[in-house]
Design a protein around this ligand. Structure first.
Ligand SMILES: Nc1ncnc2c1ncn2[C@@H]1O[C@H](COP(=O)(O)OP(=O)(O)OP(=O)(O)O)[C@@H](O)[C@H]1O
Length: 442
C-alpha cells in the first residue's frame, strides 16, 4: 500500500509519513494515562475484594456472618461498615468508568489527531509548493491511505490493551520475582527423624531495624523429651521464640540448633515436619473436619484411623461425633461454624496427627473449659513422655505440667523455679489464690 501511495503522490506520501511519528507520540501518551487509570482500577478492586473477604462472605443464597461480623455488630459498626462499603464500591465504580471512558476515547483521539495533522500538513505543503490540487488523485491517495492506516490503528489498539493489562502483569511479576528471606541452602540437610534436642545460642532478634530487640542474647537448652514452659508478660516475645524455632524469621545474631544441627542447615520442610505448632489463633481452613485434622499429612493423605485417634486425644471426638456428618462436616470459612474451644481442640488434634518429635503449644488451651483442659492435660501427659514439648501459657494448669519454667522479660530469658514463678504473684499466670492452691497440689 505504501508503494501505491508513493506512486499516486510522492509529496503527500512524505507528508502522511511525517504524521505517523506524531500519532505514535499520541498513542504512547494516552497509553501511559490508560496504564495509570488501570492501575488505580486494579487497586480499588483489590481493596474492595479484601474488604468483602474480611467482613462479608456471600454464598449463593445467603450472606453468612463471619467472626469479624460479630465485632461489627457488638460495636454497633453496621452504619460505619455500610459507609466503608459504599466508599470502596464508589471508588471502584469511578476508576472502572474512567478506564472504560479512556478506552473509548483513545481510538477517537488517535483518528482525530491523524486526520487533523494530515489536513494541516497537506494544506501547508500544497500552499508552500503551489502545486495545483488534483481531486481524483487526492481521492485515490486517501483510499490508499485509509487502508495503510488500518494496521497502524490496530497496533495502537493492541498497545493500549497491553498498557491496560500492564499493572496486573507487574503484580504477577512482582509475586513471581519475590524471593523469600528464609529459604533452603543448596546443601540443606534432610533428617528422617530427630530426638528433639533444642539449643538457642545467644539469639538476638528484632522485627524492625533500630528498635530494641524482642529477644536479646537468649541462651536456652531444651533436652530431648523435656517439657518446658515459657512464661512472661504479654508482648514479651514468647511467640517470637517459637517462630524463630520454626524458622519463620532469622535471628540477627546467634543461632538455634536442633539435635546439634543449626536449623539454617536443615531443609525448611523437614524442620517444620518435626515440629508441630499449635498457635494461639486456631486457624481452620474451609473443608471438612477430617481434612483440617490431616492438614499436615506429609503425603497429603487423610488417614481416618489417625484422624480419629488424634481427635480422641485432643478431646474433640465427642463433639465431632454428634455433628450430623461427623468427620465429614464442613467447618465453614475459617471454622466459622465452630466454637472457639472446638477450633482449639481441632488445632491440637492437627498437631497430634502430625506426630512430630517436638510439640509447641502457644496458649493452646486458653479457650477450653476446665473439664476439656483437664482431659487434654491427661492426654498431653502421655505425649510428654515421648516428645519434647514447649508450652507457652498464662494458665497455671499448663505451666505446672512442665519440667522447667523459663521467664522471658525485656528480651532476656532466665530459668525460674516453680516457687519463684508462683511468688511472681500471678503477674504472668492465673490469680494468686489459684496459684497457691495449685502449688499445694503440685
Ligand atoms: N510481624 C511482626 N512485626 C513487628 N512486630 C511484631 C511482629 N510480631 C510481633 N511483633 C511484636 O513483637 C513483640 C512480641 O510479640 P510476641 O507475639 O512474640 O509476644 P508474646 O510474648 O507471645 O505475647 P502474648 O503473650 O500476648 O501472646 C510484640 O511487641 C509485638 O507487637
Amino acid at each position: 500500500m505504501g508503494t501505491q501511495m508513493v506512486a499516486i503522490n510522492p509529496q503527500l506520501s512524505l507528508v502522511a509519513a511525517m504524521v505517523i511519528p506524531c500519532m505514535s507520540i499520541v498513542i504512547a501518551k494516552l497509553g501511559e494515562r490508560l496504564r495509570q487509570i488501570s492501575k488505580e482500577a486494579h487497586l480499588s478492586l483489590a481493596m474492595l475484594a479484601a474488604y468483602l473477604n474480611d467482613v462479608w462472605f456471600s454464598s449463593t443464597q445467603l450472606v453468612h456472618v463471619l467472626p469479624s461480623m460479630l465485632t461489627v455488630k457488638v460495636n454497633n459498626g453496621e452504619h460505619k461498615e455500610m459507609l466503608r462499603f459504599h466508599e470502596l464500591a464508589f471508588l471502584d465504580l469511578k476508576n472502572n468508568l474512567g478506564k472504560k471512558k479512556m478506552k473509548a476515547l483513545i481510538p477517537q483521539a488517535v483518528r482525530t489527531t491523524y486526520i487533523a495533522g494530515l489536513v494541516v500538513l497537506c494544506a501547508g505543503s500544497v500552499a508552500v509548493s503551489g502545486t495545483t490540487f488534483d481531486p481524483e488523485g487526492f481521492l485515490s491517495f486517501l483510499t490508499a491511505l485509509a487502508l495503510f492506516v488500518e494496521p497502524i490503528q490496530d497496533f495502537g489498539k493492541a498497545y493500549n490493551e497491553y498498557k491496560q493489562g500492564e499493572p496486573a502483569l507487574e503484580r504477577i511479576f512482582d509475586l513471581t520475582r519475590f524471593i523469600p528471606e528464609v529459604r533452603d541452602k543448596p546443601s540443606a540437610l534432610h533428617l528422617n527423624s530427630v530426638k528433639g534436642d533444642i539449643k538457642f545460642h545467644d539469639v538476638t532478634f528484632r522485627y524492625v531495624a533500630g528498635m530494641p530487640p524482642i529477644v536479646d542474647g537468649v541462651n536456652l537448652h531444651i533436652r530431648a523429651g523435656e517439657t518446658i514452659a515459657i512464661v512472661g508478660p504479654s508482648g514479651g516475645g514468647k511467640t517470637t521464640l517459637a517462630k524463630l524455632l520454626l524458622r519463620l524469621y532469622h535471628p540477627q545474631s546467634g543461632y538455634i540448633a536442633l539435635d546439634n544441627h543449626d536449623i539454617q542447615d536443615i531443609q525448611l520442610q523437614c524442620l517444620r515436619t518435626h515440629i508441630a505448632f499449635v498457635s494461639q489463633d486456631p486457624m481452620l481452613f474451609s473443608g471438612t473436619i477430617a481434612q483440617n485434622i490431616a492438614y499436615g499429612d506429609p503425603v497429603g493423605d487423610t488417614n481416618m484411623r489417625k484422624v480419629e485417634n488424634a481427635a480422641k486425644i485432643a478431646n474433640a471426638d465427642e463433639f465431632i461425633k454428634i455433628l450430623p456428618e461427623g468427620y465429614d462436616s464442613y467447618v465453614g470459612q475459617r471454622g466459622s461454624s465452630l466454637s472457639g474451644g472446638q477450633k482449639q481442640r481441632l488445632s491440637i488434634a492437627r498437631a497430634i496427627y502430625q506426630n512430630s518429635s517436638i510439640l509447641v503449644l502457644d496458649e493452646a488451651t486458653s479457650a477450653l473449659d476446665s473439664r476439656s483442659e483437664l482431659l487434654l492435660k491427661e492426654a498431653l501427659m502421655n505425649l510428654m513422655a515421648s516428645h519434647t514439648v514447649v508450652i507457652i501459657a498464662h494458665r497455671l494448669e499448663m505451666i505446672l505440667m512442665a519440667d522447667r519454667i523459663v521467664l522471658l522479660e525485656g528480651g532476656k530469658l532466665r530459668e525460674i523455679t516453680r516457687s519463684a514463678f508462683l511468688s511472681l504473684d500471678g503477674r504472668f499466670g492465673s490469680p494468686p489464690d489459684l496459684l497457691s492452691r495449685e502449688l499445694g497440689e503440685a
